[in-house]
Design a protein around this ligand. Structure first.
Ligand code: FEO
Length: 386
């Protein structure tokens, strides 16, 4: 693959992964994944992060092509998760004189992954410290929990570039033809969604910098219309509502709960709801469902009573939401139970600690199959949602 120019002196040396089955062990990535890395060429040369273990040689070849015979002076490690850090040891075997740049937490993790002898030439930086490469200085800004505690981002004031680590990343290899927002949102809420306040802190720091280009560790380099990406990140990390509409997430064993959910969807559309998202939690992508729950302001959950609890896919879905600090939303409940229906109570209880949840007045209880009374309740629920 070689390298691509980001600027005259910043070269992209990352790789595309079309072999990954589940990214980070759980996310379907139908269009693969990109592990980004960059070489900054100045009087001194810095390599920004490494790559996943399956692509070490391809990445080393890219780095060598970009260096064009030069030796790298620094390897900057912004994030120790192995999709970016797995090739550190092999990089140092090729370039043993390179100084590895990280913070105290970076090196503690590096020693856990590779042993205490890793990176004998190291530069331990503190938050806000700078490293001169000659005509430019790199400033290291700590961004703990975006996505791990050691994460730092790097600002190059000369080229006005923010190396943003996992921030502003997305699923999908760089040769995939797809828009940015959908897979960036699925990535954000899946991976960083819990850490909204930490992302907000990073955005506040970023607002003080003149940024013309964002170089993330996944997804494309962003160099146009940066306000669009920053605005979306601000909405996502503040748990704001991005799009007007209702998400209906359901599970159904014999189709009766689905019928109730479908009737609600039909009623909402008939009443002019701008967008209705209809998701079968047993069959549709769970990360996509999580993304949609955070995208829209209104959510209806429909499930069966099961083992005196709720159907497992619904339990998993709500757990995903709650652990990512789901908040500031309106929720309605549809339950089904042939005897002792308890699903609505269980679902509501699961959001007990969630902030700023508004519950619809109407809760629909289906006993086995829908009745005319249920239909009227669903009509009332639709009216409340509109
Ligand atoms: Fe792309 Fe948190 O690693």
């Amino acid at each position: 693959m070689g390298f691509n120019k980001v600027t005259d002196t910043i070269l992209y040396v990352g790789v595309n992964d079309h072999q990954v089955d589940l990214f980070e062990g759980q996310y379907d990535v139908p269009n693969g994944m990109a592990y980004n890395s960059y070489v900054i060429k100045d009087e001194k040369t810095a390599v920004m992060d490494t790559t996943d273990a399956h692509f070490t040689q391809e990445w080393l070849d890219n780095v060598a092509a970009a260096l064009d015979g030069a030796k790298p002076d620094y390897l900057v490690v912004q994030h120790m998760e192995p999709d970016h850090s797995a090739s550190i040891e092999k990089f140092l075997a090729v370039y043993p004189e390179a100084v590895v740049v990280g913070n105290a937490k970076t090196f503690a993790m590096m020693e856990q992954f590779f042993g205490a002898g890793i990176a004998p030439n190291r530069l331990v930086v503190k938050n806000g410290e700078t490293l001169s490469l000659g005509s430019r200085e790199l400033t290291f800004v700590f961004a703990p929990m975006v996505h791990w505690p050691e994460v730092m981002v790097t600002y190059d004031a000369k080229d006005k570039v923010l190396f943003s680590a996992d921030g502003f990343g997305k699923f999908g290899a760089l040769d995939a033809e797809e828009g940015w927002a959908c897979e960036a949102r699925r990535y954000y809420f899946g991976i960083v969604g819990k850490y909204g306040p930490q992302v907000q802190m990073l955005l506040k720091k970023a607002a003080t910098l003149d940024i013309q280009i964002i170089c993330p560790l996944h997804g494309p380099v962003l160099s146009e219309n940066l306000g669009y990406y920053l605005d979306l990140y601000n909405t996502w990390s503040s748990y704001g509502v991005e799009s007007d509409g209702v998400m209906i997430a359901y599970t159904s064993v014999y189709g009766n709960t689905k019928k109730a959910a479908q009737l609600l969807a039909d009623k909402l559309k008939a009443k002019g709801c701008p967008k209705v998202v209809f998701t079968d939690l047993a069959r549709d992508d769970m990360a996509e469902a999580v993304e949609d729950a955070f995208r829209y302001g209104k959510l209806v959950l429909a499930t069966t009573t099961y083992n005196a609890d709720i159907f497992p896919f619904m339990r998993t879905f709500i757990e995903h939401l709650v652990e990512r600090n789901y908040q500031n939303r309106t929720i309605g409940l549809i339950e089904n139970g042939t005897w002792a229906a308890t699903a609505a109570k269980v679902m509501k209880g699961m959001f007990e600690k969630s902030k700023n949840i508004t519950w619809l007045n109407t809760t629909v209880t289906v006993k086995s199959a829908m009745t005319a009374e249920n239909e009227a309740q669903l009509d009332a629920m639709a009216d409340e949602l509109i």
